[in-house]
Design a protein around this ligand. Structure first.
Ligand SMILES: NC(=O)C1=CN([C@@H]2O[C@H](COP(=O)(O)OP(=O)(O)OC[C@H]3O[C@@H](n4cnc5c(N)ncnc54)[C@H](O)[C@@H]3O)[C@@H](O)[C@H]2O)C=CC1
Ligand SMILES: CC(C)CC(=O)C(=O)O
Ligand SMILES: [Mg+2]
Length: 352
C-alpha cells in the first residue's frame, strides 16, 4: 500500500541550506521502497529572501504551507553585525509568525547523550530528558514598545503573555509525555519568586493537572537553579516544561552538554493537528561557519526522525535515529574532520 508524504522544505539562511540538504537526502533514502510516496516542495524564505524581495512571510505562502503534512525547516537570520537587515525582523515576522500562525504550542526538544558522544561535563552520567517549551506565548509575542525613543528617558517594554489556555495545554502535554516515559517525572521551570503573575499561573496549572496523571511525580526549579543542575546533575531531569524564553535558553545549554548544538533536534508541534507541524534543528543560521561545509547536519537529520514520528512512521524514525547513533558513537566531536555532506553521507550509508 502506498501513502503520500507531502513535505514543505524551508532551507532558510546561513548553514540552513547546507544541513537541510543532508536531511532531505536522509528522508529520500529512508522512504525508498517503503510504500511512502515522498513529495518535497521547496519554499524560499528568510533573510536572503527578504533582501531579494522584501517579503518576510506572505499570506499566500502561509496558505500554501498549510497544505503540507509537515514542514522541514533549516534556520533563518542574519549575522548579528549585518546592518542591511533590521534585527529581529526575520525571526519575528517570518519564523515566529509561522510558529504562531500554525499554532505550534509544543516546542519539543529532546536531549540525549548518545553512547560514545563526548560531553563537556566531567561526569555527565546518563542524560535523557525532553524539554517541552511553550511555543506560542511568553515574551516572544511582540507585545511591547518604546516610549521616548532615543532620549535618555527611553522606556522599552517586552510583555510576557501567558494565558490559562496556553499554559494548561502545554502543561497537560508535558504530563502526558512524562506519563509515557519510564521515569514519569516532570519538572516545571520558571521564576515564580520574581515573575509572580506568570509564575503562579504556571504553578497552578501544574497543580491542577497533576491529579490527571497520578503516576507522574513533579517538582519545581527556578530557571537560574535549573541551569546549575543542567551542568552538575542533568540526570535528574526527565521532562521539563517551561515557557518560551526559558525553554529557548535552556535548550541551547542542553544541546551543549549532550555533544554540541549540532546534534540538538526539535519539533514545533500543533498537537491538535489543525495545521502542519514544523521540524528544525535547535541551532540558528550560524553565519560564522556558513558556506564552509563545517556545520554538523545531525540536528537537522534527527529533526527528520521527529517529523517521521509525528506523521505516523515511527519505524522509519527509529531507523534514522539508529543510523545517527551509529555514526555519533564513532566520532570525536572536537576533531571530526568531515564536511557537512560527508557526515550526511555516512549517516545515509548506515541507513542503507
Ligand atoms: N530557528 C532559527 O531559525 C534560529 C535562528 N537564529 C538566528 O541565527 C543567527 C545566528 O544566531 P546565533 O545566536 O549565532 O546562534 P547559532 O545557533 O546560529 O550559532 C551559535 C554557535 O553555534 C555554532 N553552530 C550552530 N549550529 C551548528 C552546527 N550545526 N554545527 C556546528 N556548529 C554550529 C555556530 O557556528 C555558532 O558558533 C541569528 O540571526 C539568530 O537570530 C538563532 C536561533 C534559532
Ligand atoms: C530565533 C528565535 C526566534 C528562535 C530560537 O532561538 C529558538 O527557537 O531556539
Ligand atoms: Mg534558540
Amino acid at each position: 500500500m502506498s501513502e503520500s508524504l507531502n513535505i514543505a522544505v524551508i532551507p532558510g539562511d546561513g548553514i540552513g541550506p547546507e544541513v537541510i540538504a543532508e536531511a532531505v537526502k536522509v528522508l529520500q533514502v529512508v522512504t525508498v521502497n517503503t510504500g511512502v510516496n515522498l513529495k518535497l516542495t521547496n519554499y524560499k524564505l528568510g533573510a536572503e529572501h527578504w533582501l531579494e524581495t522584501g517579503e518576510t512571510l506572505p499570506e499566500e505562502t502561509l496558505t500554501a504551507l498549510r497544505s503540507h503534512d509537515a514542514i522541514l525547516f533549516g534556520a533563518v537570520g542574519a549575522a548579528p553585525g549585518d546592518t542591511r537587515i533590521p534585527s529581529g525582523l526575520i525571526e519575528r515576522e517570518m519564523l515566529l509568525k509561522l510558529r504562531f500562525s500554525l499554532d505550534h504550542f509544543v516546542n519539543l526538544r529532546p536531549s540525549k547523550l548518545y553512547p560514545g558522544v563526548p560531553s563537556p561535563l566531567a561526569n555527565p552520567g546518563e542524560i535523557d530528558f525532553i524539554v517541552v517549551r511553550e511555543g506560542t506565548e511568553g515574551p516572544y509575542v511582540g507585545n511591547g514598545g518604546v516610549l521616548r525613543a532615543g532620549t535618555p528617558h527611553e522606556i522599552a517594554t517586552e510583555v510576557s503573555i501567558n494565558t490559562a489556555h496556553g499554559v494548561e495545554r502545554v502543561v497537560r502535554d508535558a504530563f502526558r509525555r512524562a506519563n509515557d516515559r519510564p521515569r514519569k517525572h516532570l519538572t516545571l521551570v520558571h521564576k515564580h519568586n520574581v515573575l509572580v503573575f506568570a509564575g503562579h499561573l504556571w504553578r497552578r496549572a501544574v497543580e491542577a493537572i497533576a491529579p490527571e496523571f497520578p503516576e507522574v511525580t513533579h517538582d519545581y526549579l527556578h530557571v537560574d537553579a535549573a541551569t546549575i543542575f543542567m551542568t552538575t546533575n542533568p540526570s535528574r531531569f526527565d521532562v521539563i516544561v517551561t515557557d518560551n524564553l526559558f525553554g529557548d535558553i535552556l535548550t541551547d545549554q542542553a544541546g551543549a552538554i549532550t555533544g554540541g548544538i549540532g546534534l540538538a533536534a526539535s519539533g514545533n508541534i500543533n498537537m491538535d493537528r489543525t495545521a502542519p507541524s514544523m521540524f528544525e534543528p535547535v541551532h540558528g543560521s550560524a553565519p560564522d561557519i556558513a558556506g564552509q561545509q563545517k556545520a554538523d547536519p545531525t540536528a537537522a537529520i534527527l529533526s527528520t526522525a521527529l517529523l517521521l514520528d509525528h506523521v505516523g512512521l515511527p519505524e522509519l524514525a527509529r531507523r534514522v535515529e539508529a543510523a545517527v547513533e551509529g555514526d555519533v558513537a564513532s566520532r570525536d566531536e572536537m576533531t571530526d574532520p568531515r564536511t557537512t555532506s560527508e557526515i550526511g553521507d555516512a549517516i545515509i550509508a548506515a541507513l542503507a
